[in-house]
Write a protein that binds this ligand. Structure first.
Ligand SMILES: [Zn+2]
Length: 72
């Protein structure tokens, strides 16, 4: 069992633990909130993509038919 110094506070932690026992900084360089960032990114994409598609659709509609109303 090796002791790994915390990158944040310098406390020696067991290499078996994932986060510092003192400051909870990820000892193994694997943030415990990693999945949370992924989820936030996913939500952002789910929000941004429809918005982008809507804006592209609006712009292309205005470009294709600048003045005339839609056909019958
Ligand atoms: Zn620490």
């Amino acid at each position: 069992m090796a002791l790994v110094p915390c990158k944040e506070c310098g406390t020696l932690n067991s290499s078996e633990v994932e986060i510092c026992l003192s400051c909870e900084y990820p000892v193994l360089g694997r943030p415990k909130t990693n999945w949370l960032k992924g989820l936030a990114l996913l939500l952002a994409l789910l929000f941004v993509i429809p918005l982008a598609l809507y804006m592209i659709q609006t712009v292309s509609t205005q470009t294709n038919e600048p003045s005339s109303p839609p056909a019958k």
